[in-house]
Design a protein. Structure first.
Length: 367
């Protein structure tokens, strides 16, 4: 079991270092934002650095381009990795003309909502001063309007209906009776798969587990901007943990064979209640593991069919990096709500009294 854990830790380290080298973040021209998993800059980053459907290109002007299978090329304004939103705009500055023939089939992206809009072509003389026209679809004699208001469409008897179709929107307008929109904002699209929301929220980054794998995992990347210090510390602590784990296991094996039994049961009073004389200033500052009764006092949960967990958790155990299976027993640390396989975290807490994700020390109140 212990040897297995050491293996897990070292394979975790190896793959994190491997992936960090292979898939460093990329930038395109002066556009100023990083391109990284699930996106990939074609021609710069290897294929396994991005998720299928998330390929981007960089043009000679340094603009990032996303190609949608049935709707052509859009320029990328920005990407929000934490919220999983990509903001697009039309290279020719006429998004409404693109929305008239918009189809997201075959791409991983979708809008937050669709809302039906009717496009109207009206005589310019009648409409210009009263409504917000779509300038790029209007000329001196005909003005194009778009509206989600059925009453407005019904009242505009002098206009010709061009089309009524679902338009991707961030938020459906509820009280827009009588108004028209020029639909000229950026197009905000989201994606569900791969889901890295929790990983990003915890300062990590998703990647494929290895160069040949299609499974994704959350890694704590030393390049992760604002969390740099914290993640460096975590990686360092793993480097320190491996020799420490080996030492502890060796020591434990030695003690098991060298000492007369029974000594190490849960009822050992000296272990649970050290006498005041035994607590010297040195021993008080050394990081120690928790005793069994403290560990046992932390809530256990059984991973259910809903495949959801409370708090800042995704469905992968941060210690062994395998996904939870339904009916797995997990244990959550009360202070920070981080959950793990019970077997994994119990072993960790026996050696180290802090949460392996956020380094919070469970408070003595729980002892
Ligand atoms: C989008 O394009 C696909 C492939 O051509 C087609 O099957 C689908 O019906 C289209 N969807 C819409 C809403 O036009
Ligand atoms: C848009 O209109 C179509 C047909 O007119 C209707 O089936 C669909 O439910 C409408 N969508 C929304 C979001 O209102
Ligand atoms: C203005 O656009 C309409 C169609 O929207 C077209 O029929 C008309 O010929 C155009 N007029 C001019 C002056 O370009």
């Amino acid at each position: 079991m212990g040897v297995l854990k050491v293996f897990y830790f070292s394979s975790f380290l190896f793959s994190a270092v491997y992936a960090a080298q292979e898939c460093s973040t990329s930038v395109c021209g002066t556009s100023g934002f990083a391109i990284r998993f699930p996106f990939r800059l074609q021609g710069t980053q290897p294929e396994n650095c991005g998720y299928p459907g998330f390929n981007l290109r960089c043009n000679s002007q340094g603009v990032i381009i996303l190609s949608l299978p049935y709707s052509g090329e859009f320029f990328v304004r920005s990407i929000n990795y934490g919220a999983q939103v990509i903001n697009l705009y039309d290279p020719f500055d006429c998004l409404p003309s693109r929305l008239l023939d918009f189809n997201l089939s075959g791409s991983p992206f979708m809008p937050s909502y669709y809302q039906n809009f009717t496009f109207l072509s009206c005589p310019s003389a009648l409409t210009r001063s009263r409504f917000t026209p779509i300038d790029c679809l209007s000329n001196s004699t005909h003005t194009t309007l778009a509206t989600s208001s059925i009453t407005l469409v019904a009242s505009m008897t002098m206009c010709k209906i061009v089309a009524t179709l679902p338009i991707p929107v961030s938020w459906p307008l509820q009280y827009d009776e009588g108004f028209s929109s020029d639909l000229n904002g950026d197009l905000h699209l989201t994606w569900d798969v791969p889901n890295c929301v929790d990983c990003e929220a915890n300062g990590g980054m998703c990647r494929f587990q290895s160069s040949s794998s299609q499974e994704i995992s959350c890694f704590n990347d030393p390049q992760a901007g604002k969390n740099k210090g914290r993640t460096n510390f975590r990686i360092m602590s793993f480097f320190i943990t491996i020799p420490a784990v080996v030492c502890v296991i060796t020591l434990a094996i030695f003690i098991c064979f060298a000492c007369p039994r029974p000594r190490w049961g849960r009822t050992n009073a000296a272990w649970q209640n050290p006498t005041p004389a035994a607590v010297t200033p040195e021993t008080a500052t050394v990081t120690q593991g928790l005793d069994e009764s403290t560990i046992e006092s932390y809530a256990k949960v059984v991973f259910g069919e809903s495949r959801r967990l409370p708090g800042p958790n995704d469905i992968t155990c941060p210690i062994c990096l395998s996904e939870y299976n339904v009916k797995d027993t997990l244990r959550c640390i009360p202070e920070c709500q981080h959950c793990f396989h019970a077997d994994c975290i119990d072993e960790w807490l026996r050696m180290n009294g802090t949460c392996p994700v956020c380094r919070n020390s469970p408070s003595p109140a729980h002892a």
